[in-house]
Design a protein around this ligand. Structure first.
Ligand code: SF4
Length: 474
């Protein structure tokens, strides 16, 4: 994953782009970068590794090193960027977000062309943004080049380009899987993944780009280069999990969606006659918490934080690549509030259950600290398909998904022909899946939000949402 932010302004905008990019730090943990255009110097660029220190710390000297009235920045979980490119389209800085699943085939095709080459990174890998630029350069203007690259790519690619005249080109991915928003101030325009990032810097909402839309932006105005396509499939997980709570996509605020989602889970439990005595409702921090607030408000059960994450010295950006180290850090962060756990019946809401490894540790930790019972609710349906559009979950195969693994245990591969039933908690297979996962993880009870429930909580037409990881529908 990753996010980008840029400004085209009449005044120096480096500080604003620094803060605006920093506000995307929840979207990636590996590389941060900024590029700026100043008419006396041209394009400049800085990239830092942000695995062990946050973007803000790594770029604190950027004001002394770069200046400009137009700049872009990005946070990336994959490749270093923005890249500075000189091609037949001109000089520009470019960053992309998304994933290119057919990268090997596209690279081979580019290399087959006369004179084709790429800078190789460690292990011979090619930077995805460089691949995007190489595809784009096969056409004679930016709009045509971006459209061509997006058509060739299997996956998702949104793009932000800073040209060497100080203007920006922004393009949302073909089907609008990820958001691209534009803000406006008296001095110019901002482009952002997260809407709150520019609002906090004094920009007002101008508009959201439609799927596949491409625009050219100067401090004076926006020109549409390519109009939006009809097919839209925005990622539902933006609301369920990784979008920032203060952001709004397609007119729907993230935090408010999570409250509605929690409320409907409480209604579902009431309808199903869930009658266990519960002392406290809590969220698995952080993204489970707003769903739990909605659940508690609706059910009138008290909300409490039975454990709190210790974050002052464990910044989110400290994210080792090794899974065992990540699990250990997750464990070290969890600090119990004994008075709220000892002898209590607790109901927790988590944003989702993907592999379940960390959740099992959390539940064991609650029992070790004296919980009488731990009930679990997932704020979305069982995840049955790995994300092929954004490489969103770290799972490398569908068989890493806990729901798939348990289905295999229950009835072998035959079970994969009945995924719809397993997803539905009102069928025998659905009940068996919930019971088997609950037994494995020592949950007193387990339920998942229904697909219908998530879609209603978002409130957009189902045909505009990507729900592939829950129902496998493209
Ligand atoms: S498959 Fe899931 S995570 Fe991936 S884009 Fe679709 S809804 Fe989002």
């Amino acid at each position: 994953m990753g996010g980008f932010f840029g400004i085209a302004s009449q005044k120096d905008c480096l500080a604003d782009v620094f803060f605006g990019t920093d506000y995307h730090s929840h979207l990636g943990t590996r590389r941060g970068g900024m590029a700026a255009y100043d008419e006396r110097i041209g394009l400049q660029r800085k990239i830092h590794n942000i695995e062990n220190a946050p973007f803000r710390t790594k770029f604190e000297n950027v004001f002394r090193e770069m200046k400009g009235s137009s700049a872009i920045g990005c946070i990336s979980d994959t490749d270093p960027q923005p890249l500075l490119v000189r091609s037949r389209l001109g000089n520009y800085a470019i960053c992309t977000i998304g994933v290119i699943r057919n990268a090997d085939a596209l690279i081979a095709d580019c290399l087959d062309r006369e004179g084709g080459y790429f800078d190789a990174m460690t292990g011979g890998r090619v930077n995805s943004t460089q691949l995007f630029s190489a595809l784009m350069s096969q056409r004679t203007d930016f709009a045509d080049g971006i459209r061509f690259a997006q058509e060739q790519i299997e996956g998702t690619a949104s793009v932000l380009i800073l040209k060497d005249d100080g203007s920006l080109i922004a393009a949302r991915d073909k089907v609008g899987r990820l958001p691209v928003r534009i803000g406006k101030s008296e001095e110019g325009y901002a482009v952002s993944f997260e809407s709150f990032a520019y609002q906090k810097l004094g920009f007002e909402d101008e508009r959201e780009l439609g799927p596949g839309e491409i625009v050219h932006i100067t401090p004076e105005g926006i020109t549409q280069l390519v109009s939006p396509g009809k097919k839209k499939r925005i990622c539902s997980f933006l609301w369920s999990y990784y979008g920032y709570p203060t952001s709004t996509y397609e007119g729907v605020n993230v935090e408010a969606m999570r409250y509605r989602n929690g409320e409907s889970m409480a209604e579902q439990d009431e309808k199903n006659g869930f009658a266990d005595h519960i002392d406290y409702v809590g969220g698995v921090p952080d993204s489970g918490t707003p769903h739990a607030i909605g659940y508690a408000n609706k059910s009138r059960l008290p909300f409490a934080r039975a454990f709190v994450k210790y974050t002052p010295t464990w910044s989110r950006s400290f994210m080792p690549q090794d899974q065992r180290d990540r699990d250990r850090i997750a464990k070290m962060k969890q600090i119990p509030v004994h008075e709220l756990i000892q002898g209590k019946d607790l109901l927790f809401v988590d944003d989702s259950i993907v592999r379940g490894t960390q959740l099992k540790e959390t539940v064991d930790f609650l029992y070790e600290n004296g919980a009488k019972s731990v009930h679990m609710r997932s704020a979305c349906p069982p995840i049955l398909f790995g994300c092929k559009y954004l490489n969103f979950s770290r799972a490398t195969s569908d068989m890493e998904l806990i729901a798939r693994r348990v289905i295999l245990e229950l009835e072998g591969e035959e079970g994969f022909s009945h995924l719809e039933e397993y997803s539905d908690g009102t069928t025998d297979r659905g009940r068996n899946l919930r019971r088997a996962i609950a037994d494995k993880f020592h949950f007193a009870t387990l339920d998942f939000q229904s697909l219908d429930g998530v879609v209603k909580a978002i409130g957009l037409p189902p045909c505009e949402l990507c729900t592939y990881c829950w129902n496998g529908k493209e």
